[in-house]
Write a protein that binds this ligand. Structure first.
Ligand code: ZN
Ligand code: ZN
Ligand code: ZN
Length: 375
């Protein structure tokens, strides 16, 4: 991940992101941001530590000051190679020294700080002790839109990831399904995603027949048979940016009911897509897709939100869900993925990644949304 994003973004790009994050934190009333290894650190600095351990690695961002990255001395050479390293001060610490006191010395002892959701409690507790008057907020809750709006270079990477997922679908639709296990098709998906450039595969869902009615079904031992509907949902990271697409295929000729349910989901996906425009609320996308399914009488079988943001991870804010009133902004990327799940029978889901443009939505997945017949 680090190596490939390093090829795209410069230290100046990372510094601009860090400055933007520090300003957003100040506007949110925070004295600073404390960023642990994970997607926020990757996005802000291009740095992924070789391993996440009990040794403290922490990016400290405070408005008006140079960013500082605390790193264990033995990992300093890795940190120095990160694309964003030139845009920050590296403060390495050796075993036996107290990295928390050194970090605390940079901070307002009575401040409120945003801290990564995935920071270890070990580190947070030690910081609290070093800064007795301090308090903390979840970085994701305080700044949910931090990574949501992509710039032009990021959008190019999102499009490349989407195109690779599409190429994967064009190949998987031609492999044999009947008589093979879900897990075998999932292995094909993994191989194809990597073959088309993904360095990381996050999920390869193959949910056949009744398994399709469970949106969380991954892939198991079930033998695929003629007559099965199959939900395929796959994605991962290419050059550090995410793909995530779903298509539902059928082995042999579908029944009229199967066609009808698929048509409803396709119409719902289209309605969700058409609701995408700057200034619309996230929940408008959910409402538009959900209305089609509810009007067709299947409302109780659409059992999840319509979409989620995507970027340096495959699931992140913003969420396309009732109650999310934040507005869509050009450059946001998220899924539109309604589904219908009929317990004990079959499921249908159709998912594209969509980005917001000045004129509306642009799909980053363009394979057919018609029901594809496989063998
Ligand atoms: Zn069937
Ligand atoms: Zn998906
Ligand atoms: Zn998704």
């Amino acid at each position: 991940m680090t190596a490939s994003t390093a090829a795209t973004f410069t230290a100046d790009d990372y510094r601009a992101r860090m400055d933007r994050a520090a300003r957003a934190a100040a506007e949110a009333g925070l004295a600073g941001l404390l960023v642990a290894p994970g997607p926020d650190l990757v996005w802000l600095t291009g740095y992924t530590p070789p391993a996440v351990t009990e040794r403290l690695t922490l990016l400290v961002l405070t408005a008006g000051q140079d960013p500082v990255l605390a790193v264990p001395a033995l990992e300093a050479p890795d940190a120095h190679r990160a694309a964003g390293a030139a845009a920050l001060r590296l403060r390495d610490w050796t075993d036996g020294k107290d990295p928390y006191a050194a970090t605390a010395a940079l901070l307002d002892s009575s401040g409120r700080f945003g801290i990564s959701d995935n920071a270890w409690a070990l580190h947070l507790l030690a910081l609290q002790q070093a800064l007795p008057g301090s308090s903390y907020a979840s970085l994701t809750e305080a700044l949910p839109m931090l990574r949501a709006v992509k710039d032009a270079a990021e959008l190019d990477l999102m499009a490349a990831a989407g195109a690779a997922a599409d190429a994967t679908f064009e190949e998987i639709r031609n492999v044999p399904f009947a008589g093979r296990r879900e897990s075998e098709v999932a292995a094909d998906l993994d191989r194809l995603l990597r073959g088309h450039g993904h360095e990381q595969v996050d999920f390869t869902i193959v949910a056949s027949g009744p398994n399709g009615a469970n949106p969380h079904h991954e892939a198991g031992d079930r033998l695929i048979a003629r007559g099965d509907m199959i939900v395929l949902d796959f994605g991962g990271l290419l050059a550090g940016y995410g793909s995530d697409t779903s298509r539902t295929v059928h082995v042999g000729e579908p029944t009229d009911e199967e066609r009808r349910v698929h048509d409803i989901v396709r119409e719902a996906q289209e309605a969700g897509f058409r609701a995408v425009r700057p200034g619309a609320a996230c929940q408008d996308v959910d409402r538009a897709a959900r209305r089609v399914i509810a009007d067709a009488g299947y409302g109780e079988y659409f059992i999840h939100r319509t979409g989620h943001g995507i970027g340096v991870t495959t699931h992140e804010p913003p969420y396309m869900i009732e109650g999310e009133e934040r507005p869509l902004v050009p450059g946001m990327c998220f899924s539109v993925e309604p589904g219908i799940y009929l317990p004990g029978r079959f499921g249908v889901r159709i998912e594209d990644i969509v980005t917001v443009t000045e004129d509306g939505g642009r799909r980053l997945n363009t394979t057919t949304r018609e029901l594809v017949i496989v063998e």
